[in-house]
Design a protein around this ligand. Structure first.
Ligand code: DX5
Ligand code: ZN
Length: 222
């Protein structure tokens, strides 16, 4: 992707930092503030040491909002449940390379259903792991914290990892969006976008902001 046709930076609030008892209002508030897509973190207590919610939550959210849903599966063997999340209304569905030995077939299954598919890597996984699947990914998601919890500190070496992914994108699939997830703040967002990110996930930064609309506006302008 050249600078000339670079789209506006997208902003994806992570509902992990929302009040789960008021989920519909929290999502409506982020829509009102200008968010582009809602990031939904699914955790199984096995792939990551935390549990959040599953496909019932996604389908209930889907009924109450017209925002697209970016569903990030942090579950072991995502091939077991990908179809359930597609049916529940995911618009983007991303799966971890570390969680499956069926990465490419599962991405192909997701893609063939007509929604966007993506591969995710955790901080200790080499970006090279993505080379083979990159051509079929609509999204490539780089974790900039260890998956499992919101509110962690951004791992600085994620910047060079993002730059490496950008080079891979330019070589292998110029249509893939590069997404980053974990520890994104008003202070580090510009450097992250310079490194190549097209989509910024932000949980704590947006849900704890006095004026999330201002943060989203700033992110859009990067
Ligand atoms: C972490 C999740 C993230 C998290 C980001 O495992 O995948 O989406 O909610 O939260 P912040 O932006 O607070 O680091
Ligand atoms: Zn996430």
């Amino acid at each position: 992707m050249t600078t000339e046709n670079k789209h506006r930076t997208m902003v994806a609030p992570s509902i992990l930092s929302a009040d789960f008892g008021r989920m519909n209002e929290e999502i409506a508030r982020m829509k009102q503030c200008g968010a582009d897509i809602i990031h939904c973190d699914v955790m199984d207590g096995i792939f990551v040491p935390n549990i959040t919610f599953g496909f019932k939550m996604i389908s209930d959210i889907k009924k109450k909002t017209d925002m697209p849903l970016d569903v990030h599966l942090m579950i072991d063997k995502p091939e077991r449940y990908a179809q359930r999340f597609i049916d529940a209304g995911a618009d983007w569905l991303t799966i971890h390379a570390e969680a499956t030995s069926e990465l490419i077939p599962t991405l192909e299954l997701i893609k063939s259903s007509g929604i966007k598919c993506g591969a995710v890597i955790s901080p200790d996984t080499s970006v090279r792991v993505l080379r083979e699947c990159f051509p079929i990914c609509d999204i490539v998601l780089l974790m900039s914290v260890y998956p499992g919890f919101g509110g962690q500190k951004f791992i600085e070496r994620s910047l060079e990892r993002m730059t490496a992914l950008k080079a891979m994108r330019d070589e292998l699939n110029e249509n893939a969006l590069l997404e980053i997830d974990g520890g994104v703040t008003a202070e580090n967002a510009a450097a992250i976008v310079r490194a190549g990110a097209d989509v910024l996930v932000a949980g704590n930064t947006l849900f704890s902001a006095a004026h999330p609309e201002k943060v989203i506006e700033e992110f859009h302008a990067l």
